[in-house]
Ligand binder design. Structure first.
Ligand SMILES: C[S@@+](CC[C@H](N)C(=O)[O-])C[C@H]1O[C@@H](n2cnc3c(N)ncnc32)[C@H](O)[C@@H]1O
Length: 242
C-alpha cells in the first residue's frame, strides 16, 4: 500500500512531468504514429491535413502511409522546426506529397474554406494550440468529408485530466488541463461525430464525422426498436388475457 502511494506520488512529481513535456510531448511517440499509419491505410486516405508539424515526425509518417498521389497539407507557425526535419522527409522521398504552410492554424483553416477545400479532406491530425481545439474542430468539420476522421493529440494531457483540481503542478503543464477537459466534454457531446479517446501516447481522440446514411440507419434502428417494444407489450397483454 505504502509502495503504491509512493509510486503514485512519483508519477505526479512536477520534475518528472516537466521532463515528459520537454522530451516526448512535442512529437507523437512511435506507437501513435504506427496506429495513425494503419488507420490511414485502412481508410484509403488520399488528402489529409496536419495542424502542428514541428520537425515533421507525424507529418512524415502520414506521408509514408498515403498512396503515391496522396497529399498532406502541414500547417505550423514555425518554419525553422519544419526545415530541421526536412532532410529526413527528402531522404524518404516524400517531399512531393507535402505542402507546408507557415502560418497560424486558424487563419490557414479559414483560408482553405474560402479556397473551396470544403469536404475534401479524408483525415486531419491536430497537434497545435490546445486552447483552440474547439475552434479547430468547428472549422475542420467543414473541411473534412462526411465519414472522414479528425484526430486530436494530447487529450489525456499527461494524466492531468484525471487529477483532482487541488493538485499543484507547474503552471506550464496545469494551464492546459482545463482547455483539454473542456474539449473532451465538447467532443463527447457533439452529435455530428462519433468519437473515441485512445490511451495511446498522450491520449488521442478520433472523431468520425457522420455520413447521411449513418443518420438514416440510426433513425431506422430507433424506429425498429420502438416497433419491437410495442409488439412485445401487445404480446404480453394478449398472453395475460388468456
Ligand atoms: C507538439 S508540436 C507538433 C508535433 C508533430 N505533430 C509531431 O508529432 O511530430 C506542436 C507544434 O504546433 C505549432 N503551433 C502551436 N500553435 C500554433 C498555431 N496557433 N498555429 C500553427 N501552429 C502552431 C508549434 O509551432 C509546434 O511546432
Amino acid at each position: 500500500m505504502e509502495n503504491l502511494t509512493l509510486h503514485k506520488n512519483i508519477l505526479k512529481s512536477p520534475a518528472l512531468l516537466k521532463r515528459c513535456v520537454c522530451r516526448s510531448v512535442m512529437n507523437v511517440p512511435v506507437d501513435e504514429a504506427q496506429f495513425m499509419s494503419i488507420l490511414l491505410k485502412v481508410m484509403n486516405a488520399k488528402k489529409t491535413i496536419e495542424i502542428g508539424v514541428f520537425t515533421g515526425y507525424s507529418l512524415l509518417s502520414t506521408a509514408l502511409a498515403l498512396p503515391p498521389d496522396g497529399k498532406i497539407i502541414g500547417i505550423d507557425v514555425d518554419r525553422e522546426a519544419y526545415e530541421t526535419g526536412l532532410p529526413f522527409i527528402q531522404k524518404a522521398g516524400m517531399e512531393h506529397k507535402i505542402d507546408f504552410i507557415q502560418t497560424d492554424a486558424l487563419s490557414a483553416l479559414h483560408d482553405l474554406i474560402e479556397k473551396k477545400h470544403e469536404k475534401t479532406f479524408d483525415y486531419a491530425f491536430v497537434d497545435a494550440e490546445k486552447r483552440d481545439f474547439i475552434k479547430y474542430h468547428e472549422l475542420l468539420l467543414k473541411l473534412v468529408k462526411k465519414g472522414g476522421i479528425i484526430a486530436y493529440d494530447n487529450t489525456l494531457w499527461i494524466g492531468t485530466v484525471a487529477m483532482s483540481q487541488d493538485e499543484k503542478l507547474d503552471d506550464s503543464i496545469w494551464q492546459y488541463r482545463k482547455p483539454i477537459l473542456e474539449f473532451n466534454t465538447y467532443i463527447t457531446n457533439d452529435t455530428r461525430v462519433e468519437s473515441s479517446i485512445l490511451s495511446i501516447g498522450d491520449g488521442e481522440v478520433n472523431a468520425r464525422s457522420h455520413k447521411e446514411e449513418d443518420d438514416l440507419i440510426s433513425h431506422l434502428t430507433a424506429h425498429i426498436t420502438t416497433l419491437q417494444s410495442q409488439f412485445d407489450s401487445r404480446n404480453q397483454l394478449h398472453a395475460s388475457d388468456h
